[in-house]
Design a protein around this ligand. Sequence first.
Ligand code: MOS
Length: 743
Amino acid sequence: MTAPLIGTRVGRVDGRFKVTGEATYTADHTAAGMAHGYLVLASVGGGELLSMDTAAAEAAPGVLAVYSPFNPLKLQSIKTTPDLSFVGQFWLPLQDTTIRHYGQIIGLVVAESYEEARYAASLVTATYEERTPKTDLKAGIPRAVAPPIPVNYEEPELNLLADGVGSVEEALAASEVRVAADYSQPVDTPTAIEPHAVLATWEGGVLTLQVGTQSAVGSAMTTAEALGIDVFQVRVVSPVVGGAFGGKMYLFGHPLLTAVAARELNRPIKTVLTQEQVFTVTGHRSGVAQRIELGASREGVLNAVKHDAWSGFSASGVLFESAAHTTSRVLYKSPNIHVGQKIVPLDLPPTTWVRAPGEQPGSFALESAMDELAVELGIDPIELRMRNYADTMPGREVPWSSKHLDECYRIGAERFGWADRAERPGTQADGDWLVGQGMAGTVYPGNLLPTTVAVVTLRPDGGATVSSATADPGTGMLTVLAMVCAQELGIPLDRVTPLLGDSVLPLNFGAFGSMGTASTASAVAQAAFVARAELIRLAVSDERSPFHGLDPETVEYQEGRLSAPGGRQADFGELLTLLESAGVDGTGASAPGAEKLRYAIHSFGAHFCEVRVHRFTRETRVSRWTSVIDAGQIINEVTARGQIVGGVLFGLGQALLEDARPEAGTGRFANANLADYLLPVHADMPDFDVHFLRHPDTSFNQIGARGIGEIGAVGSAAAIANAVYHATGVRVRDLPITVDKLL
Ligand code: MOS
């Protein structure tokens, strides 16, 4: 028997390809006769563009064209609802003269070289009628409005009240103990290491876009719509993606302009954004302000949870942080729960998806507030959580498909050594470092993508190809494809060729919402099953086959080999060669079914962290970390661990470092570069202890896996803030926790 692969540790199949520099990213590509695009961006934060002087740029060496709203590249408006299109913003660049935010696209210069395009762009001048942009979230709260679209498919405001209770306020007032606090966090950005870039090539009326994206199919659909061409005239190729985290979910404006310019000029064009341009041409996570009030008995049993969130919402964007919904709706049992979500319209670049949109800020507030309640009651934070353990999802009264959060708390506490934690804050030190430990829970919904298709092809050379139009932005999806295919076919991993990142491959919307593995792995498993059946069908029906004429039921497939009574056997490669077959295909699909009606489906986990805060400088360092994750079947422990560590580092960045600051008056991000926008680096990383529970969730899908891309980012900022409180006795509710807040 071939040893099972699923659940083991498998190095990335593309690891060598990537670390040796063999992998080429979008900006590395060239095409014969290629020209270069460079964007011109608005230098004011709002108002109207009155005029642009492009004469000097047009006369500059190497320049082929200068496009602007006064000499536009025509794009069709996107008719699908903005949250379903993959452009990431309501408006398309150069189609009007409105300035919606600082750094929006107002021009595209195309020249023979990148340097010529960039130089010419610097010669373009513009005049504006300026309007002062609104960029301050907290100042905008009085202007907050209900979101224009549902929040997680639910009403923006949700009240679950016990019989006879008139309001959550009434329930709070009747509670023996109450805590109430305001929490906030600033804008943060996806900051993938590969800047956004695109290479557009037309050939025979077909556009090929090379672009790093989480969704080749979504990008192709949106491009076709914006260009007014058929979707079959667009191919989006994205085999490697240098990080995404939500920021490459959508195309934004520059690929569309580049595509149209390439058609107009009849040249392939490559446009590469500078890091600073990435901050304003693409999207960010909005700042979020939240207020939580908890009411409980003296024994720590919750009677009321009131969670309100105010999220920034860009006048350009299509997404906002639905901060209160997943966390306060799901994590704890309480007879009275109110969640409210408002948005604050701001004149900033598009608000978009960033790892765990909604759950990340929501969990920071809720899991901080639970820690505050534990302190108030003098109850251990884990014990408090267990006293409010939810066995059914509040307000739905359906069981979870699979929930083992209690085990996460227990195993995490053991692995971390939670029992050795000092009872009182500010009482542990190691030399000049104050030491503290904190924990928080984490949760993320288990969802499946819309129809996901995979094809497994058995080849005459004895290998197999597995293909699906998904993406691998560092998640390990390519390896997962190969592993599931190899296991289901019972052949060694190195005989499988996985293909993804191309919109012409079998339909798959890609890597987002922690849905990729659950959706794609199930489709691959089914495709392999179908391919095996198809092989047997061929084996019994072709006259040249040693199995010809047999009842297919008597032919067995095992580990790449067919056998039948009477000692007849053949490897599939031998058989396909003998039959002169080009290969045998099996197609598999997965799609959401009725599982959500019968179950609540979420992944859960617990984070434990130790911090050291310097007694004098107040520098905070995370020194130890344990995460225990209940996400169903874990397909590859190596890449799964990478996902959790990466997610936790997003939380670490939010807790201690990240803060994209719009300048008052201009809306310009003052730190729009990787030197001033602080991110966690290797030196900020503790040794991570990541443990997976591995209870397969087969009520959710065939493979039993839920997603893990985002759950690490949920709860981790709260675990750090709680540990900082434990180290210092100072509760910081406004992220990031910088030294000034600990003085
Ligand atoms: Mo994620 S924010 O769904 O890429």
